[in-house]
Write a protein that binds this ligand. Structure first.
Ligand SMILES: Cc1cc2nc3c(=O)[nH]c(=O)nc-3n(C[C@H](O)[C@H](O)[C@H](O)COP(=O)(O)OP(=O)(O)OC[C@H]3O[C@@H](n4cnc5c(N)ncnc54)[C@H](O)[C@@H]3O)c2cc1C
Length: 415
């Protein structure tokens, strides 16, 4: 194997495994490092929504007004732990700035371009049969409580229209037909038929890992401790047990990526938006398609191992212990959506969204030193944006023209 075509990928989540598989298929010799194994991080327990038709960033106009409430209410859909606020303040300020209307439109345009090919990329990576096994392209339904529209509804509508996204307004009767037993407090809904979901995010990512192994790649349970540039080109990845040399390194370490980049003085505004799930193994309600409860900020997804209720944002860093109370609140919310919902002992889970302030990932070269590439920062949308990002990064490493303009995702946008 030509040494110039060797790559070490750090991280075996959806971002790392997608990139690795695209690289292996382009003829690179690929080794993925991850002490937790494939889907051992955030890619394990997310809501599994595949949102090719989602073009609305997380930060929207008017968010600043909401920050005091987030600090005051630890049970709300978004909470900032007061002790962590000084560390998160800079990121939160950039996040508020990203919510200005002129920025929101540009971000939405970049999001639309990245997300649009999501199903095609999943199909390309998995092949038809595994795709049919793991992915459902049946749409998603957003629902709201009460009568008045939220402050952001008009912006969201205009962004969907800007990108020609099909959406069908649903009234209370439509919702009751689609989801028998749904609460009477739910009065409005929106069907986005171009979206979908996976029946298991973990199995989906592990399947990418199995394909990678079958196609000649390697996955080793090692933690990358430091990235060291080699004299004459290439990189040494110092792991907990080995020194691994490669012409290229892709950092796809999710929310933990800064630990490798900070020592190289590569500064990326990456914060973790922690999120939780509560999964019911034998639910009394099995919706045909996923529901996003927009008034309370969570998703409810029918999966092969039960019903998963996932969401909430907690800004508290990577080290604070889980607050399982936030996962239990999700159960309360789900019971408000489907009164009487039951389903056995729930599994509670905490995950770490790797989030940038502008809801877009950071893709491509890390900076001046050749051979170091980034595929991280997918925030709320990694299961959707991961495969298109992997394709883009692999093409950039191979020196092939990317299918879309990579500039909106470049690390340099934060310089
Ligand atoms: C509650 C919740 C719900 C969500 N719902 C959705 C959804 O419905 N749809 C959607 O598209 N997205 C959703 N997301 C977001 C999505 O889960 C993430 O964007 C995605 O999983 C990020 O993938 P990743 O590969 O970047 O990170 P991860 O999956 O976290 O993988 C990173 C991996 O890198 C490894 N790693 C880190 N540092 C090192 C190191 N030094 N050496 C070796 N390995 C290392 C870690 O062990 C980890 O396995 C949700 C997230 C949460 C928390």
């Amino acid at each position: 194997m030509d040494a110039s075509r060797s790559v070490v990928v750090v991280g075996a989540g959806v971002a790392g495994t997608s990139t690795a598989l695209y690289l292996a298929r382009a003829g690179f010799s690929v080794t993925v490092l991850d002490p937790l194994g494939p889907a051992g991080g955030t890619s394990f327990g997310n809501a599994g929504l595949l949102s090719a038709n989602t073009v609305v960033p997380i930060a929207l106009p008017g968010m600043l007004r909401k920050v005091p409430g987030w600090l005051a209410d630890p049970t709300g859909p978004v909470t900032v732990r007061a002790a962590y606020l000084p560390r998160a303040a800079g990121w939160l300020w950039r996040w508020v700035q990203a919510g200005r209307l002129d920025r929101v439109q540009a971000i939405s345009d970049a999001m639309a371009k990245l997300h649009a090919p999501a199903f095609d990329c999943w199909k390309e990576l998995l092949g038809d049969s595994l795709y049919r096994d793991l992915i459902r392209q049946t749409g998603q339904v957003q629902v709201w409580e009460g009568k008045g529209e939220s402050t952001s509804a008009a912006v969201e509508r205009s962004l969907r229209e800007r990108h020609g996204i099909k959406a069908e307004v649903l009234g209370a009767d439509d919702l009751r037909q689609l989801f028998p037993g749904i609460a009477r407090t739910i009065t409005r809904g929106l069907l986005v038929p171009g979206n979908g979901h996976t029946v298991s995010p973990a199995r989906l990512v592990r399947t990418l890992a199995e394909l990678l192994l079958a196609e000649g790649g390697a996955i080793v349970p090692e933690k990358a401790l430091k990235l060291i540039p080699r004299e004459g080109g290439g990189w040494t990845v110092m792991t907990n047990v080995a020194n691994r040399h490669a012409a290229h390194v892709v950092v796809a370490g999710g929310a933990w990526s800064r630990a490798l980049l900070d020592p190289l003085r590569i500064r990326v505004p990456l914060e973790t938006e922690r999120g939780y799930h509560a999964a019911l193994p034998s639910p009394s309600v099995e919706p045909r398609l996923p529901i996003l409860q927009k008034s309370r900020g969570f998703g409810l997804t029918p999966m092969e191992d039960g019903l998963r209720i996932a969401g909430t944002v907690e800004i508290a860093g990577l080290d604070a212990a889980p607050d399982e109370g936030r996962a239990r609140i999700l159960l309360d919310h789900a019971r408000a959506l489907f009164p009487g919902l039951d389903g056995g002992e729930p599994r509670l889970w905490l995950g770490f969204r790797p989030s940038t302030p502008d809801s877009l990932p950071i893709l491509g070269p890390a900076g001046a030193r050749p051979g170091l590439h980034l595929c991280l920062g997918h925030g709320h949308f990694g299961m959707t944006g991961g495969p298109p990002s992997g394709r883009l990064v692999a093409r950039m490493i191979a020196g092939d023209a990317p299918q879309i303009d990579a500039a909106p995702y470049a690390a340099s946008r934060f310089a």
